[in-house]
Design a protein around this ligand. Sequence first.
Ligand SMILES: C[S@@+](CC[C@H](N)C(=O)[O-])C[C@H]1O[C@@H](n2cnc3c(N)ncnc32)[C@H](O)[C@@H]1O
Length: 217
Amino acid sequence: MHDSATAPERVRARFEERARQFDDLYEDERRLVRTLRPGLFRRRQLAVQTVEAYQAPKVLDVGCGSGRIGEFVLVAGAARYVGVDFSAPMIDLATQRLVRFQDRTQLIVNDFLTAPVEGPFDVILALGLFDYLPEPHLFTRRMFTLTASGGCVVGSFPTWSWLKGPVRKVRYEWIGNCPIFNYSRRELELMFGASGFDRVDIASPGRSGYLVRAYRT
Ligand SMILES: C[S@@+](CC[C@H](N)C(=O)[O-])C[C@H]1O[C@@H](n2cnc3c(N)ncnc32)[C@H](O)[C@@H]1O
Protein backbone atom coordinates (compact mmCIF):
# COMPACT_ATOMS: atom_id res chain seq x y z
CA MET A 1 0.00 0.00 0.00
CA HIS A 2 1.28 3.45 -1.00
CA ASP A 3 2.44 5.78 1.78
CA SER A 4 0.04 8.50 0.64
CA ALA A 5 -2.98 6.22 1.25
CA THR A 6 -5.64 7.76 3.49
CA ALA A 7 -6.38 6.31 6.92
CA PRO A 8 -9.56 4.50 5.74
CA GLU A 9 -7.68 3.05 2.73
CA ARG A 10 -5.01 1.66 5.05
CA VAL A 11 -7.64 0.16 7.35
CA ARG A 12 -9.43 -1.44 4.42
CA ALA A 13 -6.17 -2.89 3.08
CA ARG A 14 -5.46 -4.43 6.48
CA PHE A 15 -8.84 -6.13 6.71
CA GLU A 16 -8.69 -7.28 3.10
CA GLU A 17 -5.34 -8.95 3.71
CA ARG A 18 -6.17 -10.36 7.13
CA ALA A 19 -9.81 -11.34 6.92
CA ARG A 20 -9.13 -15.04 7.50
CA GLN A 21 -6.62 -14.34 10.26
CA PHE A 22 -9.15 -12.13 12.09
CA ASP A 23 -11.90 -14.72 11.64
CA ASP A 24 -9.64 -17.41 13.15
CA LEU A 25 -9.48 -15.50 16.44
CA TYR A 26 -13.01 -16.71 17.08
CA GLU A 27 -12.25 -20.27 16.05
CA ASP A 28 -10.34 -21.24 19.11
CA GLU A 29 -12.51 -20.49 22.11
CA ARG A 30 -10.22 -22.29 24.55
CA ARG A 31 -9.41 -20.70 27.88
CA LEU A 32 -6.09 -19.26 26.64
CA VAL A 33 -7.71 -17.32 23.78
CA ARG A 34 -10.47 -16.11 26.06
CA THR A 35 -7.83 -14.92 28.51
CA LEU A 36 -5.78 -13.13 25.86
CA ARG A 37 -8.73 -11.61 23.99
CA PRO A 38 -11.53 -11.24 26.56
CA GLY A 39 -12.84 -8.11 24.81
CA LEU A 40 -13.82 -10.09 21.72
CA PHE A 41 -16.16 -12.34 23.67
CA ARG A 42 -17.44 -9.65 26.04
CA ARG A 43 -18.61 -7.47 23.19
CA ARG A 44 -20.30 -10.38 21.47
CA GLN A 45 -22.11 -11.18 24.72
CA LEU A 46 -23.32 -7.58 25.02
CA ALA A 47 -24.60 -7.68 21.42
CA VAL A 48 -26.58 -10.85 22.14
CA GLN A 49 -28.01 -9.51 25.43
CA THR A 50 -29.09 -6.31 23.70
CA VAL A 51 -30.78 -8.12 20.81
CA GLU A 52 -32.56 -10.41 23.28
CA ALA A 53 -33.98 -7.36 25.07
CA TYR A 54 -36.01 -6.44 21.95
CA GLN A 55 -38.88 -8.28 20.29
CA ALA A 56 -37.64 -9.51 16.86
CA PRO A 57 -35.43 -6.45 16.31
CA LYS A 58 -33.98 -5.14 13.10
CA VAL A 59 -30.20 -5.10 13.49
CA LEU A 60 -27.54 -3.17 11.58
CA ASP A 61 -23.95 -4.34 12.08
CA VAL A 62 -21.44 -1.67 11.03
CA GLY A 63 -18.03 -3.20 10.27
CA CYS A 64 -19.62 -6.64 10.50
CA GLY A 65 -16.41 -8.43 9.56
CA SER A 66 -16.76 -12.15 8.94
CA GLY A 67 -20.24 -12.42 10.46
CA ARG A 68 -19.21 -14.01 13.73
CA ILE A 69 -21.39 -11.67 15.78
CA GLY A 70 -24.11 -11.70 13.13
CA GLU A 71 -24.46 -15.44 13.56
CA PHE A 72 -25.09 -15.06 17.29
CA VAL A 73 -27.59 -12.20 16.98
CA LEU A 74 -29.55 -14.04 14.29
CA VAL A 75 -29.79 -17.06 16.57
CA ALA A 76 -30.81 -14.66 19.38
CA GLY A 77 -33.88 -13.57 17.38
CA ALA A 78 -32.99 -10.70 15.04
CA ALA A 79 -35.83 -10.45 12.52
CA ARG A 80 -33.57 -8.73 10.03
CA TYR A 81 -29.79 -8.40 9.94
CA VAL A 82 -27.92 -5.95 7.69
CA GLY A 83 -24.11 -6.16 7.76
CA VAL A 84 -21.89 -3.51 6.19
CA ASP A 85 -18.14 -3.83 5.73
CA PHE A 86 -15.73 -2.28 3.23
CA SER A 87 -13.51 -5.37 3.14
CA ALA A 88 -14.80 -7.69 0.40
CA PRO A 89 -12.98 -10.78 1.81
CA MET A 90 -14.70 -10.17 5.17
CA ILE A 91 -18.09 -10.02 3.45
CA ASP A 92 -17.26 -13.24 1.55
CA LEU A 93 -16.62 -14.99 4.86
CA ALA A 94 -19.80 -13.50 6.34
CA THR A 95 -21.81 -14.69 3.32
CA GLN A 96 -20.63 -18.27 3.89
CA ARG A 97 -21.16 -18.13 7.64
CA LEU A 98 -24.68 -16.69 7.44
CA VAL A 99 -25.96 -18.71 4.47
CA ARG A 100 -28.56 -20.49 6.58
CA PHE A 101 -30.09 -17.15 7.57
CA GLN A 102 -30.13 -15.68 4.06
CA ASP A 103 -33.87 -14.91 4.07
CA ARG A 104 -33.27 -12.51 7.01
CA THR A 105 -29.84 -11.20 6.01
CA GLN A 106 -28.40 -8.53 3.75
CA LEU A 107 -24.64 -7.99 3.41
CA ILE A 108 -23.21 -4.85 1.81
CA VAL A 109 -19.61 -4.22 0.72
CA ASN A 110 -19.15 -0.49 1.20
CA ASP A 111 -17.84 2.23 3.46
CA PHE A 112 -20.53 2.81 6.07
CA LEU A 113 -20.51 6.56 5.43
CA THR A 114 -21.63 6.08 1.83
CA ALA A 115 -23.37 2.69 1.99
CA PRO A 116 -26.99 2.57 0.77
CA VAL A 117 -28.62 1.56 4.06
CA GLU A 118 -32.29 2.06 4.87
CA GLY A 119 -33.30 2.36 8.50
CA PRO A 120 -34.57 2.56 11.03
CA PHE A 121 -32.96 -0.19 13.11
CA ASP A 122 -33.69 -1.20 16.69
CA VAL A 123 -30.10 -2.20 17.38
CA ILE A 124 -26.98 -0.91 15.64
CA LEU A 125 -23.77 -2.78 16.40
CA ALA A 126 -20.35 -1.19 16.03
CA LEU A 127 -17.98 -3.69 17.59
CA GLY A 128 -14.24 -3.49 16.99
CA LEU A 129 -14.93 -0.64 14.55
CA PHE A 130 -14.20 2.63 16.33
CA ASP A 131 -10.59 1.55 16.92
CA TYR A 132 -9.90 2.44 13.28
CA LEU A 133 -11.90 5.62 12.63
CA PRO A 134 -10.15 8.99 12.25
CA GLU A 135 -13.54 10.80 12.21
CA PRO A 136 -15.74 8.77 14.55
CA HIS A 137 -18.33 11.54 14.99
CA LEU A 138 -19.38 11.11 11.33
CA PHE A 139 -20.23 7.51 12.15
CA THR A 140 -22.18 8.23 15.35
CA ARG A 141 -24.14 10.92 13.51
CA ARG A 142 -25.12 8.58 10.69
CA MET A 143 -25.92 5.85 13.22
CA PHE A 144 -28.27 8.23 15.02
CA THR A 145 -30.22 8.94 11.80
CA LEU A 146 -30.61 5.17 11.32
CA THR A 147 -31.69 4.37 14.90
CA ALA A 148 -35.39 3.76 15.56
CA SER A 149 -37.10 5.56 18.38
CA GLY A 150 -36.42 3.37 21.42
CA GLY A 151 -33.44 1.81 19.69
CA CYS A 152 -29.78 1.84 20.59
CA VAL A 153 -26.21 1.66 19.36
CA VAL A 154 -23.87 -0.88 20.94
CA GLY A 155 -20.22 0.02 20.48
CA SER A 156 -16.79 -0.98 21.73
CA PHE A 157 -14.04 1.61 22.20
CA PRO A 158 -10.40 1.13 23.12
CA THR A 159 -8.82 3.37 25.70
CA TRP A 160 -5.14 4.01 26.24
CA SER A 161 -3.45 1.67 28.68
CA TRP A 162 0.25 1.58 29.47
CA LEU A 163 0.03 -2.21 29.54
CA LYS A 164 -1.29 -2.75 26.01
CA GLY A 165 -1.07 0.70 24.38
CA PRO A 166 2.60 0.78 23.33
CA VAL A 167 2.50 -2.76 21.91
CA ARG A 168 -0.71 -2.01 19.98
CA LYS A 169 0.80 1.20 18.64
CA VAL A 170 3.90 -0.57 17.33
CA ARG A 171 2.00 -3.59 15.99
CA TYR A 172 -0.73 -1.70 14.17
CA GLU A 173 0.74 1.66 13.22
CA TRP A 174 4.48 1.07 12.81
CA ILE A 175 4.53 -2.49 11.54
CA GLY A 176 1.01 -2.83 10.13
CA ASN A 177 0.64 0.68 8.62
CA CYS A 178 -2.86 0.83 10.11
CA PRO A 179 -4.02 3.81 12.22
CA ILE A 180 -5.65 3.18 15.59
CA PHE A 181 -7.47 5.53 17.95
CA ASN A 182 -8.30 5.64 21.67
CA TYR A 183 -11.20 7.21 23.57
CA SER A 184 -11.88 8.65 27.00
CA ARG A 185 -15.20 8.38 28.83
CA ARG A 186 -15.73 12.14 28.48
CA GLU A 187 -15.10 12.02 24.71
CA LEU A 188 -17.66 9.25 24.35
CA GLU A 189 -20.31 11.16 26.34
CA LEU A 190 -19.72 14.29 24.24
CA MET A 191 -19.66 12.49 20.89
CA PHE A 192 -22.85 10.49 21.44
CA GLY A 193 -24.60 13.45 23.06
CA ALA A 194 -23.69 15.77 20.17
CA SER A 195 -24.92 13.14 17.70
CA GLY A 196 -28.39 13.27 19.28
CA PHE A 197 -28.49 10.26 21.59
CA ASP A 198 -30.45 10.89 24.78
CA ARG A 199 -28.81 8.40 27.13
CA VAL A 200 -25.32 6.93 27.05
CA ASP A 201 -24.40 3.99 29.28
CA ILE A 202 -20.68 3.37 29.49
CA ALA A 203 -19.17 0.29 31.09
CA SER A 204 -15.50 -0.36 31.55
CA PRO A 205 -15.31 -4.11 31.99
CA GLY A 206 -11.60 -4.47 31.24
CA ARG A 207 -8.45 -2.43 31.45
CA SER A 208 -8.30 -1.51 27.80
CA GLY A 209 -11.71 -0.35 26.72
CA TYR A 210 -15.30 0.73 27.05
CA LEU A 211 -18.56 -0.90 26.06
CA VAL A 212 -21.23 1.67 25.25
CA ARG A 213 -24.97 1.55 24.78
CA ALA A 214 -26.37 4.82 23.43
CA TYR A 215 -30.17 5.16 23.28
CA ARG A 216 -32.51 7.22 21.13
CA THR A 217 -35.78 7.79 22.97
C1 LIG B 1 -11.89 -5.67 14.01
S1 LIG B 1 -13.02 -5.96 12.72
C2 LIG B 1 -14.49 -6.32 13.68
C3 LIG B 1 -15.47 -7.20 12.94
C4 LIG B 1 -16.74 -7.55 13.72
N1 LIG B 1 -17.50 -6.39 14.12
C5 LIG B 1 -16.39 -8.37 14.93
O1 LIG B 1 -16.36 -7.78 16.05
O2 LIG B 1 -16.14 -9.58 14.79
C6 LIG B 1 -13.38 -4.31 12.10
C7 LIG B 1 -14.11 -4.32 10.77
O3 LIG B 1 -14.54 -2.99 10.47
C8 LIG B 1 -14.44 -2.79 9.07
N2 LIG B 1 -14.44 -1.34 8.81
C9 LIG B 1 -13.56 -0.42 9.28
N3 LIG B 1 -13.89 0.81 8.84
C10 LIG B 1 -15.01 0.66 8.07
C11 LIG B 1 -15.83 1.57 7.35
N4 LIG B 1 -15.52 2.89 7.28
N5 LIG B 1 -16.89 1.09 6.67
C12 LIG B 1 -17.17 -0.24 6.70
N6 LIG B 1 -16.43 -1.16 7.36
C13 LIG B 1 -15.36 -0.71 8.05
C14 LIG B 1 -13.16 -3.54 8.69
O4 LIG B 1 -13.10 -3.85 7.33
C15 LIG B 1 -13.23 -4.76 9.59
O5 LIG B 1 -13.82 -5.86 8.96
